[in-house]
Design a protein around this ligand. Structure first.
Ligand code: SF4
Length: 417
């Protein structure tokens, strides 16, 4: 990994919503909007704390820091990449790399929760601070998730001016009755107004999120949603099958989904998206050419990502961490000058390879899968090829076949044994 080719991202979690949707199991809090201002400051403090994690402590580059450390040695372009590639962020490395005009973080993603509850100056404050602490490419993709009811043209202009250049709008369905069933706070008309405001504010890279397979949602209603979404000409569309997660209001109501109906809806939508010029690049994602979500590709390609905020998960090399999931514990650690970690794990090489397989096979570009891999997986791969579920698209590069994309999770299941 050479830093000039390597993508690394920064995820920023904003855990506030005005109300909880029936299907939601994300780390988010309702009725705590009065704590947003303090939370913004805590995010900045957490970015400061990263320095501790990444400062170069001694001339022995990387010693004592574990995976994900970085060093001056790698700044020499003539030196070959080391087997465990370093990531250079913050501190003196930042100054050195800045002189060379290189960037490190290629993407930033505000996820939630409802990041669009934040005002322009709050987003600007976070991004300015991120720019002070981390190396960020001049052409970084900076995405913000937004809910229609909290998006106004003035706010969108302020986010855009702060540097946000991609919006991900949570529409879910073009059907007011269904939106109500999901406990969403917006109407279809409000979504259209928000979409127009975002375009007026200068956003030329917009994703629209959809959900399918709600009880009571007919195939015709789903087709209507997809067709009307395509008619808006967004750059990107994500569509997710409704899943009933434990401890959600829908689970408490014993709501169930029909997997066969969801399969039919998915199959129809894939065809419609392809016909409309949105190639599928991941199981749930479709984009105009060149408008694939660069941040999410970092996850699927198993590249490094930092993460700040309550409940956020980051991963650098073999080290993965999860932040405290309650505001109280998160704030307490930050105020005490500690990284707000709920847990830190060190993945084994085998675990990393397994995750790379699981993530890479979600992508239509597939993944490099050499002969060095686990013999049991190779047996499994041969079996899946015989059954027509896997194909080698060029030497050493594998992907799920077109006919099996809808069953990717089933294709992956045997590797879990
Ligand atoms: S808006 Fe998103 S994060 Fe907030 S409750 Fe609904 S699904 Fe969850």
């Amino acid at each position: 990994m050479n830093v000039r080719d390597q993508s690394a991202g920064l995820y920023i979690h904003i855990p506030f919503c005005h109300a909880r949707c029936g299907y939601c199991d994300f780390v988010t809090f309702t009725g705590k909007e009065d704590r947003i201002a303090a939370y913004v400051e805590n995010l900045c403090c957490e970015m400061d704390l990263y320095k501790k994690m990444f400062e170069i402590p001694s001339p022995r580059v990387g010693e004592g820091l574990g995976e994900g450390t970085y060093g001056r040695k790698r700044l020499d372009p003539s030196s070959p990449p080391s087997p465990t590639p370093p990531l250079r962020i913050g501190g003196s490395a930042k100054a050195i790399v800045a002189e060379r005009g290189e960037g490190v973080l290629k993407t930033i993603f505000f996820g939630g929760g409802t990041p669009s509850l934040l005002e322009g100056p709050q987003i600007a404050r976070i991004l300015q601070h991120a720019r002070r602490q981390f190396l960020i490419s001049a052409d970084a993709e900076i995405t913000m998730e937004a809910n229609p009811e909290s998006l106004t043209e003035d706010k969108a202009r302020a986010w855009r001016a702060a540097g946000v250049n991609r919006l991900s709008l949570g529409l879910q369905a073009m059907d007011d009755a269904l939106l109500k069933t999901m406990d969403r706070l917006h109407t279809v008309a409000e979504f259209h107004a928000a979409y127009e405001s975002a375009r007026n504010a200068g956003f030329d890279n917009i994703n629209i999120d959809l959900i399918y397979g709600f009880p009571g949602q007919s195939m015709a209603a789903w087709q209507d949603t997809v067709q009307k979404t395509i008619a808006l000409n967004p750059e990107h569309v994500s569509m997710y099958a409704l899943a009933i997660e434990e401890h959600t209001p829908f689970a408490a109501q014993k709501i169930t989904v029909n997997a066969d109906d969801q399969g039919d809806m998915y199959a129809w939508a894939r065809g419609a998206m392809s016909a409309a010029g949105y190639p599928q690049y991941e199981i749930s994602n479709f984009a105009r050419s060149g408008r694939e979500c660069r941040h999410n590709l970092i996850y699927w390609r198993q590249q490094d990502y930092l993460a700040v905020g309550a409940g956020a998960v980051g991963c650098i090399g073999h080290k993965r961490w999860t932040n405290h999931k309650t505001l109280h514990a998160y704030e307490q650690d930050i105020q005490a000058g500690r990284l707000p970690r709920l847990s830190v794990e060190t993945l084994t090489d085998q675990e990393r390879r397994f995750e790379r397989l699981m993530l890479g096979l979600r992508l239509r570009e597939g993944l490099e899968w050499g002969e060095e891999s686990n013999p049991a997986w190779q047996d499994q791969r041969r079996k899946l090829v015989r059954e027509g579920h896997l194909e080698e698209i060029r030497p050493g590069r594998w992907r799920v076949t077109e006919k099996s994309v809808a069953f990717t999770n089933k294709v992956l299941l045997p590797f879990l044994d």
